[in-house]
Design a protein around this ligand. Structure first.
Ligand code: ADP
Length: 281
């Protein structure tokens, strides 16, 4: 049996109204990729805004459904799972940690309810010790979390608590969609490192979605580059950066990672022109 999440030829079509005409376009276009669950891996999905990353994440989480293609979790079609069973394997981490919590509910109560709803433990002492353990795993102390509402935490702390909540069900994969982009710059690296740590210590795989090539490179074992719904490059992160095969990856690399001082002098129009040349090829 394959211990992997396998995305096979997935296509998602949206229709866009432009003035009086309706036009269909593929937000995700025939994407195939596998993410290893055992051994765990961090797969970085990188691409600019609108390239289809979140759409693919939402398909994986079964929030939306693709027109074509299938997704298998350990060889079983995800469409055939009961949703709570499915959510035991794959947990989302959202861009804005406040989206993960009910603002009117104490954060630890929310973790408590997750444990109950997923039937992880029944008795209060067992549940409390699970909450304690999951918070410890994200570098937090139960005492500092207990009894507090989401707004009483910083974005970074709350994102850690969101991860702790996801961990209580012992998932195989976290789907983290831009998990640090709402956080203060100084907090970002610690959350990025948290995902690395979870992989090392808890055998957790992560699909890490970001528009930022340098973050993707930093965190990923393998990565994929999305362009207009297409996965144009996939492979070992280091190999991709050393030797991009697709001109778009090369373009991103030059734009982000190797800013040539002479190139910095180019105007916004020129840079946009270069970009259009690359992406329309
Ligand atoms: P990314 O996460 O890479 O920024 P998205 O997956 O959010 O990209 O979006 C890909 C494309 O699909 C964009 O053009 C976006 O406007 C469009 N799109 C996303 N969701 C919908 C929707 N529910 N209806 C119509 N178009 C959508």
């Amino acid at each position: 049996e394959n211990k992997e999440l396998s995305i096979q030829n997935v296509t998602k079509i949206f229709s866009q109204r432009i003035l009086l005409t309706k036009e269909e376009f593929k937000a995700v276009d025939d994407v195939t990729l596998e993410i290893s669950l055992d051994p765990p891996e961090i797969f970085g999905l990188v691409g600019e805004s609108g390239s289809g990353k979140s759409t693919l994440a939402n398909i994986l989480l079964q929030i939306i459904y693709p027109e074509f293609g299938k997704i298998y979790l350990n060889s079983k079609n995800i469409a055939n799972f009961e949703i709570t069973e499915f959510m035991k394997y794959i947990q989302p981490i959202f861009q804005d940690p406040f989206d993960s919590f009910d603002p009117m509910k104490k954060t630890d109560l929310f973790i408590y309810e997750t444990i109950k709803n997923f039937n992880i433990a029944k008795e209060r002492p067992a549940i409390e010790s699970l909450i304690n353990e999951s918070l410890k795993n994200v570098g937090l102390d139960y005492k500092t979390v207990k009894g507090k509402y989401p707004h009483e935490f910083s974005g970074g702390q709350l994102q850690r608590i969101a991860v702790a909540r996801a961990l209580v069900v012992h998932p195989l994969l976290l789907v983290a969609d831009e998990p640090v982009s709402m956080l203060d710059a100084s907090l970002r690296i610690s959350i990025v490192n948290l995902f690395k740590e979870l992989k090392e210590k808890h055998n957790l795989s992560v699909l890490y979605i970001t528009h930022d090539l340098s973050t993707a490179y930093y965190i990923s074992d393998r990565m994929g580059v999305m362009l207009r719904g297409n996965l144009v490059e996939i492979g070992n992160a280091k190999e991709i950066l050393d030797k991009p095969l697709h001109p778009y990856t090369q373009f991103l690399k030059e734009a982000v990672l190797e800013p040539d001082p002479d190139k910095k002098k180019i105007t916004l129009e020129e840079s946009e022109e270069q970009r259009m040349t690359v992406i329309s090829e």
